[in-house]
Design a binder for this molecule. Structure first.
Ligand SMILES: Nc1ncnc2c1ncn2[C@@H]1O[C@H](COP(=O)(O)OP(=O)(O)O)[C@@H](O)[C@H]1O
Ligand SMILES: C[C@H](O)[C@H](O)[C@@H](O)C(=O)COP(=O)(O)O
Ligand SMILES: [Mg+2]
Length: 484
């Protein structure tokens, strides 16, 4: 059996995970390196320290070699929408700007002045978020764009630095809101709108294609195993969906990490009037699927509370404190733009509650409980809409990612939505990254077999709705949200 290494870099943390299929025919994981991620302010914008992230990857690969890994396939997945501008000399022009930077505020209204939202949605089927690449490029420094030979999405840039080969892998390329659903290419009108030439993006590549070996020059700096990089589903959420052990057609996924991504895997895009009205997206998935989903603020809120309290408590301690608080003491529209990147998340939550005449959460437990309760309410409300739009009943919600560790949130979601919740694997993104490599290498037959392997390899916890609890809460929440 071969060795496979998943490089999964989310918005808050990165990790290298070694994966193998063991003698019991189970997928076995070993975390070989973990590091913190996050953006910092420099040169006028919120930016990612991309060179440091690449250094962490090499450190992780060195650790793999020390563990005895001589030869491995490697897959890279990261967060979406952000990109690196590569100059004519093949080097990055600057550190990439984070999607949470303020530069795209109001960009949607500006750009859709002459290109209507309906026109763009019909072409792309992608939700309108100010952070999308389309609006970042619209606001990009025009001189920098002129000096740009290649626009590489974050995981594609990392693959380019490692191997020297540049592609635009489709799952992440779709998050630009510039891929034409019908043509399967970058849309010429949208490229022109943001002053980008088609050749400034590299060729599109499907998940599972071979990118190449790590360049010899890196051996002069790092003691590396022999690695061949596979272009996996490089948008981390696409890998998370691959790593979700759903079966049949009545399940939805919730990738619960910094973001919560709630949706269903479809074989054809759903970009009709209802999907447009509810701002659902059709991000491309692995193997010709579509990830029909909505972005929800997610555990970014809890991460921000923790950061503002100087990481005083672990996430597990914060969850335990929240679990001891009476639920639903205040309603909050958790997806309100004000929570996207406030100076202080704690102040923002408290101000919201003061402005709406509600009990103001004070303690860590009360603040985190407010976040969890209103995430669960948002999920339950959206699950109803999701099932109606795709005209399919949803009987099981698979919660994967770090958030699947929060039993309190899993149970609230199951009870409010009235459906079974299956929680785990918490490292579904890395698992999805690994199985695409294994499928590409012929060790697994296809996605269905991969999901069966995942279901039998990890401890997936099941939550059932608690009868008659919080029966009227969701209706009161909907009425509250409707007014805002
Ligand atoms: N044991 C735990 N208890 C409570 N929350 C947890 C636990 N482990 C992870 N989390 C939650 O999961 C989040 C990280 O999820 P993860 O999928 O790793 O995010 P990302 O990939 O965006 O970095 C943390 O912000 C935290 O809220
Ligand atoms: C802006 C995108 O939707 C975002 O990248 C999201 O898909 C994402 O990265 C989720 O991954 P996390 O692991 O960071 O929550
Ligand atoms: Mg993640």
């Amino acid at each position: 059996m071969s060795d496979y290494i998943a490089v999964d870099i989310g918005a808050s943390s990165g990790r290298l995970i070694l994966g193998r299929i063991n003698n019991q025919k189970k997928l076995e994981l070993e975390e070989i390196h973990r590091f913190v991620n996050g953006f910092t302010r420099n040169n006028g914008h919120d930016r990612w320290a991309i060179d440091q992230l690449i250094d962490e990857i090499f450190i992780g690969l060195e650790k793999a070699k020390k563990l005895g890994v001589k030869k491995a396939k490697v897959g890279i997945d990261t967060w979406a929408v952000d990109y690196v501008l590569v100059g004519m000399d093949g080097q990055k022009l600057q550190d990439p700007i984070s999607y949470r930077d303020q530069r795209t505020r109001h960009a949607i209204e500006e750009l859709t002045g002459d290109l209507s939202k309906e026109y763009i949605y019909k072409k792309t089927g992608i939700q309108f978020l100010e952070l999308n690449t389309l609006y970042q490029l619209y606001k990009e420094n025009k001189e920098d764009l002129k000096k740009t030979d290649r626009i590489l999405m974050i995981p594609d840039y990392i693959g380019y630095v490692l191997t020297g080969n540049a592609v635009a892998e489709v799952t992440n390329a779709s998050t630009t809101q510039m891929l034409n659903l019908r043509e399967g290419l970058f849309d010429k009108d949208l490229l022109a709108k943001v002053n980008v030439y088609p050749e400034q993006f590299p060729r599109l590549a499907e998940s599972g294609s071979i990118l190449g070996s790590i360049r010899h020059k890196w051996r002069l700096q790092y003691d590396l195993p022999d690695c061949e990089v596979i272009t996996v589903a490089t948008h981390d959420t696409a890998s998370a969906v691959v790593g979700t052990p759903g079966e049949g057609d009545d399940w939805a996924f919730l990738s619960s990490g910094t973001w919560s991504l709630l949706g269903k895997e479809l074989n054809v895009p759903e970009n009709g009037a209802e999907a447009f009205k509810e701002n659902y997206t059709n991000e491309w998935g692995a193997y010709g699927t579509y990830r029909f989903l909505k972005n929800i603020m997610g555990l970014w809120i809890v991460q921000s509370i923790r950061r503002e309290q100087n990481n005083k408590y672990s996430f597990a301690e914060m969850a335990a404190q929240a679990g001891a608080v009476e639920p639903f003491q205040q309603f909050i529209n958790i997806n309100d733009e004000r929570f996207s990147n406030p100076k202080s998340m704690i102040d923002e939550i408290q101000s919201y509650c003061q402005e709406t005449g509600q009990k103001v959460p004070q303690t860590t437990g009360e603040l985190v409980a407010a976040a969890y309760c209103n995430l669960a309410l948002f999920y339950a409300n959206e699950l109803e809409k999701l099932g109606n739009i795709v005209h399919k009943p949803i009987r099981v919600l698979h919660i994967v990612g770090g958030g699947s560790n929060v039993a309190f949130l899993n149970q609230l979601t199951s009870t409010l939505a009235g459906i079974t919740v299956k929680a785990g694997p918490s490292e579904a993104t890395a698992v999805g990254n690994l199985v695409v490599q294994m499928i590409s290498n012929g060790e697994i037959g296809n996605l269905v077999q991969a999901r069966k392997l995942i279901a039998q390899s990890f401890d997936i916890k099941t939550y059932s709705p608690e009868e008659h609890k919080y029966a009227e809460v969701l209706d009161k929440y909907k009425a509250f949200i409707k007014e805002r």
